[in-house]
Design a protein around this ligand. Structure first.
Ligand code: ARG
Length: 588
């Protein structure tokens, strides 16, 4: 059974839904299954949009109501009294506008300052999830697409972890393809003594891959040997297994550098891991009558697709789909995951839709795609260069990710030096800040776009200190922190004893946005769109600016209250940074 719906203390939308649930039932007792529809309001802080829907169901059926407006009025009058709501009014065809009580808002923020931001975390109905992300292919290349997967997947994992879900962060590396035959054979040729092969000897694994590939394409004897090598590897020949392990190890070291720079945690369970389980899983599908013979291969026909899903190749070998079906089986049955999320480019959407469908047919997953256990393919667009073409660097056709990250850091360091920070700070501090800003910029530039669109990679844009960039946001946070420091007040003491008042419009607008944090994270989680969180963060920083330019903090009669509002803003910003995998800076 799923975890029970908990009390969402921080989630305003949810709390209003509860109130309006009562009024919807009181207003339309004979209309079953009406769910309260609460949205951010155009006129109030929130609005309830149920009047029109209810009207459509009751009009002409002897109702006492004369119009949707009358329904709206009834909804308004039957909202239970709550300290949360200051007032309601009805507008237009029947929207119920809700104005929140400033006193209640202040109290809620005071509570968060005392109990911590974790009290504003969402509570999805799952205990354990798998996030399958990054997942490059060994020896082939780790390209910018894998960088996107790494960044987006990490944020999704972080949001779920914040929601107290146990997340299995899975690196589903491609370590079992037929490419290994030629790689191993090439390794034997170049280094007859395999044991002595080191990373430096092979040098660039991508170049090594290319060389072996061109030999494979041009030399029929080599090709023949490579094909036999695959058979021997998959048959478990120890010498071939050893050579395979060596190549994987070298690749792994290369990937690890990227993960370390990005501070992304991943646990590798590559394609090879699932290999021993494939035959029994295919057999299960077969016994359910799903698998059919087609041109020597074994396939699953699926409604709505014009090609079948191949699960055993005509040579008897397994493929990407056999592995993914097996990995899904493993995650559901062995790992007991209730939500499995795959992060890859949108180009693989059909593959995912197909094996998800096969799993539903096999009864592994419920028919409806929003019920648990649930699977989601989180697809993202291409990374393009400033010329709108697939991203490449000047010299080579592949972009080395480590170089890319290094460049972001170098550029942000240069910018800091231009501002004289090398004279002000220790070299360590300069380096750490350059890293936080540089890597933060790369991550934020990626995450802020709706992931399904192509994303244009531009250092100049992402490192701009104005506009919707990590640099701007990190600076904003640093400024807030220094205001608190400059006040000379003990903020931890103030949090316990100080009172918040929201009398100025700038204060109220900022507070309202702070209170929307919980519902925003929940939305970003359910839609699996990190961009929702980025938009929230940018708006938070804008509202803070408006507040700060209209409301004097230090030395004003409202100093305590306003310092608390600064502190609450800094806390929420830091939590956003944390969820986006960005390291905050405190001084700039
Ligand atoms: N290795 C694949 C690629 O680079 C991505 C794997 C994604 N995960 C999965 N379970 N299929 O395209």
């Amino acid at each position: 059974t799923m975890a029970a719906n908990q009390e969402f203390t921080g989630n305003l939308k949810r709390q209003l839904e509860k109130l309006f649930d009562v009024s919807v039932k009181a207003t339309a007792p004979d209309v079953p299954g009406v769910k309260p529809l609460i949205d951010i309001g155009k006129f109030g802080d929130y609005q309830c949009n149920n009047a029109m829907g209810i009207w459509a169901k009751i009009k002409g059926k002897g109702t006492q109501f004369k119009s949707p407006l009358a329904v709206g009025q009834a909804l308004m009058t039957s909202v239970p009294a709550s300290e949360m709501v200051e007032s309601c009014s009805v507008a237009g065809p029947g929207f119920v506008n809700v104005v929140l009580s400033a006193k209640w808002m202040a109290k809620s923020i005071e509570n968060m300052l005392i109990d911590g931001i974790d009290t504003w975390a969402p509570a999805p109905p799952v205990k354990r999830a798998v996030v399958d992300f990054s997942s490059p292919n060994i020896a082939k290349e780790m390209h910018v697409g894998h960088l996107r997967s790494t960044i987006i997947g990490d944020t999704i994992a972080r949001m779920l972890e914040f929601s107290k879900v146990e997340v299995l962060r899975r690196n589903h590396v491609g370590d079992w393809g037929t490419q290994f035959g030629m790689l191993i054979e090439y390794l034997f040729e170049k280094f007859p003594d395999t044991d002595s092969v080191t990373e430096t000897a092979i040098g660039d694994l991508q170049a090594f891959y290319k060389e072996s590939k061109s030999k494979f394409d041009s030399d029929p004897v080599f090709k023949e040997k490579a094909q036999q090598a695959v058979v021997r590897l998959q048959g478990g020949d120890p010498i071939y297994r050893k050579a395979w392990a060596k190549i994987c190890e070298i690749s792994r070291t290369e990937f690890a550098m990227v993960y370390k720079r990005l501070r992304v945690e991943l646990e590798e369970k590559g394609e090879s891991f699932y290999n021993p389980y494939i035959p029994s899983v295919i057999e299960e599908l077969n016994s359910k009558g799903l698998v059919e013979e087609s041109e020597g291969a074994r396939v699953i026909f699926l409604e709505g697709f014009n090609i079948p899903l191949m699960v055993v190749k005509s040579d008897g070998g397994f493929n990407y789909a056999s592995t993914d079906l097996t990995a899904l089986w493993y995650r559901l049955n062995e790992e007991k995951a209730e939500w499995i999320i795959y992060v890859t480019d949108v180009g693989q959407q059909q593959h995912f839709n197909m094996f998800f469908k096969a799993a539903r047919k096999a009864g592994w997953l419920p028919e409806s795609d929003k019920t648990y256990p649930r699977v989601d393919h989180v697809g993202f667009g291409l990374v393009v260069g400033e010329d709108k073409k697939r991203f490449r660097t000047r010299s080579t056709d592949v972009v080395r990710l480590v170089d890319l990250l290094d460049e972001a850091k170098t550029r942000s360091k240069t910018a800091l030096i231009e501002r004289g920070k090398d004279k002000e700070w220790t070299p360590e501090k300069l380096d750490q800040t350059a890293e936080a800003v540089g890597y933060g910029a790369v991550k934020y530039a990626d995450l802020k776009n709706n992931r399904t669109t192509n994303y244009q990679f531009s250092f100049d844009e992402m490192l701009n200190d104005k506009g919707d960039t990590a640099v701007y946001l990190l600076y904003a946070h640093a400024r807030i922190s220094s205001i608190i420091t400059k006040s000379g007040k003990d903020i931890d003491e103030l949090k316990k004893t100080g009172k918040l008042a929201l009398d100025h419009e700038g204060e109220r607008a900022l507070a309202l946005h702070l209170l929307r944090f919980a519902e925003t994270v929940e939305e970003a989680c359910t839609t699996l769109l990190p961009s929702v969180l980025c938009a929230y963060l940018y708006e938070l920083s804008n509202r803070y600016t408006t507040f700060y330019s209209n409301c004097q903090v230090i030395g004003s009669p409202e100093e305590t209250s306003r310092l608390l509002l600064c502190e609450a803003t800094a806390i929420v910003m830091r939590k956003c940074f944390h969820l986006l995998g960005i390291t905050p800076v405190y001084k700039i």
